[in-house]
Design a protein around this ligand. Structure first.
Ligand code: N7H
Length: 489
């Protein structure tokens, strides 16, 4: 049976608690590979497990209940710090771990798949595709250390401890920092909202026997969709599907897809302002808000448009018993876009009832657990006034799955970028691009239909991509026993 003490804490049960998160991408120094593996044994005790994450959640809940009964507020018990580690295919090789892990996308690395993901770029003189990424993600990266905390001070202290283990600030460092990215939960009323202003972190699948009480509408998936070696660990694509073979150390590990995604917030807001949905009874501003909600599939409050089609309903948005309980199966939404455009970000990335025709498990292999965090400052008054981005901000996107081809890669390539998806639609109607993350290599024209519920065949021309990928990599986040017994020496 599954032991949650074996699993790294960012993968399941809501992930590492985070107000701030440092993503520390490193390369192992060629001269000290052996030292890396011996020092890894010293890092293992710092790794936070899912059992610890759950334990902290339980303590916090008990504290909240006690506070409510005693009508007082005590400071959050948020665990001071969380640490996880994962490795790229190059990192595994560097350590001398060469067993075939059973994931072609992981083996190839994200850079070589950037063209197929639709990232913007150009052909270099040698004919190869060169995405417009920051240089660090074109270098060799061996691993990623995640450090989460309740403040910069605690995260910095933990990072210093880790750097000390790997002699980073000495003459003979065991690892080199390739790039360090820091994400922050936004503050005040934007807490938990990503930079376009929408509540995030509402919908993740529940994992069988881990998430004890799934919310209504929350899909329960087999453990093996997220954890390697567990029931449901997906076979590779193809007919007939080939069963996946994994080395024994892969058990209870998960693949981590990392994306460094910039968001052009003032430009997105400008577009909404200039293209309000015109419906009798709505002001210009309400029409713009409605457009935003229909591009995403939820209002900024989190209320799904499938349940609240014309007006936001913040109480619904905050109610976990209702805000995920929708299936795009209302009679007026099944074959139409009355409540939600087919291409809305949510409908593209988790089409729920739209795939019912393919059986009850059609969606299952393509579910992922998202655990990202926003990065960058708030929009400045100058940016708002000029409607132009001047400072980098966006999302440090992290998704876990047991099969990258069927998980992150499938959602991005076969759903969000695929203008014909989802298939359940009237003949001749083309849903178009996911307006949030759908993309083409040339950054060219993207359209989607159905933004105006009263004119569903009309295409809306999206003037530019507001989410711009600037890098990323695939990693494997091993179980804690694998770290201890196979990776560390
Ligand atoms: Fe998305 N956004 O603000 O518009 N996403 N996403 N995402 N996303 C979701 O329901 C956003 C990205 C998924 O179960 C919400 O928890 C932004 C990538 C999936 O119904 C919001 C970026 C991929 C879901 C956003 C971004 C996905 C989801 C609603 C990039 C995968 C769950 C909150 C900067 C390839 C769908 C919630 C469901 C939800 C936004 C990226 C996938 C607000 C801004 C790259 C599966």
């Amino acid at each position: 049976p599954l032991d949650l003490g074996n699993i790294q804490g960012d993968i399941l049960a809501g992930g590492l608690p985070k107000k701030t998160e440092t993503c520390y991408f490193f390369r192992i120094n060629d001269a000290y590979v052996h030292d890396f593996r011996t020092q890894l044994a010293k890092l293992v005790p710092l790794i936070t497990s899912t059992a610890e994450v759950l334990d902290d959640q339980r303590k916090q809940l008990a504290q909240n209940k006690k506070d409510a009964a005693e009508k007082k507020i005590t400071p959050p018990l948020l665990k001071i710090c969380g640490v996880n580690i994962s490795f790229s295919t190059k990192g595994l090789k560097k350590m001398g771990i060469t067993d075939e892990i059973g994931d072609a996308a992981f083996d190839a690395g994200m850079l070589s798949g950037a063209k197929d993901l639709g990232d913007i770029g150009h052909s270099s003189p040698n004919g190869q595709f060169d995405p417009d990424w920051v240089p660090a993600f074109k270098q060799e990266i061996h691993g990623l250390i995640l450090i989460t905390g309740d403040s910069y001070a605690t995260a910095a202290e933990k990072l210093a401890e880790i750097e000390h283990i790997f002699r980073v600030k000495t003459q003979n460092p065991i690892i080199h920092e390739v790039i360090r990215l820091v994400g922050d939960v936004r503050s005040g009323k934007e807490k938990g909202h990503e930079h376009f202003g929408f509540q995030d972190g509402i919908s993740n699948p529940a994992v069988k026997d881990v998430d004890a009480k799934p919310n209504p509408g929350q899909q329960v998936i087999p453990q093996g969709i997220i954890l390697c070696g567990r029931p449901g660990d997906a076979p590779t694509l193809g007919t007939p599907a080939v069963p996946v073979h994994r080395p024994s150390w892969a058990l209870d590990g998960s693949f981590l897809s990392f994306r460094y995604l910039f968001q052009l917030v003032p430009e997105f807001n400008k577009f909404l302002k200039e293209n309000p949905i015109t419906i009798t009874g709505l002001t210009h501003e309400q029409g713009s808000e409605l457009l935003g909600a229909r591009l995403v599939g939820r209002w900024k409050s989190g209320a799904p448009v499938d349940l609240a089609p014309l007006h936001d309903d913040p109480v619904l948005g905050q109610d976990p018993l209702r805000n995920n309980d929708f299936h795009y199966t209302f009679p007026d939404d099944q074959q139409t876009q009355t409540r939600c455009p087919f291409a809305a970000h949510l409908r593209k990335t988790n089409p729920r009832g739209d795939l019912d025709q393919f059986g009850p498990n059609a969606l299952t292999p393509h579910r992922i657990v998202r655990s990202g965090i926003a990065f960058g400052p708030e929009v400045t008054p100058a940016e708002a006034a000029t409607e132009r981005t001047q400072l980098p901000r966006g999302l440090l996107f992290i998704a876990y799955q047991s099969n990258i081809e069927q998980g992150f890669q499938f959602v991005q390539q076969s759903w969000s970028n695929n203008t014909k998806f989802p298939p359940k639609k009237p003949a001749n109607e083309v849903p178009g691009f996911d307006p949030i993350i759908g993309q083409t290599n040339n950054g060219g024209v993207r359209t989607l239909s159905g933004t105006n519920p009263n004119s569903q065949t009309t295409d809306l021309n999206l003037d530019k991509q507001w989410v711009v990928p600037k890098g990323g990599e695939y990693f494997f986040s091993p179980s804690i026993p694998a770290l201890k017994n196979t990776f560390a020496l």
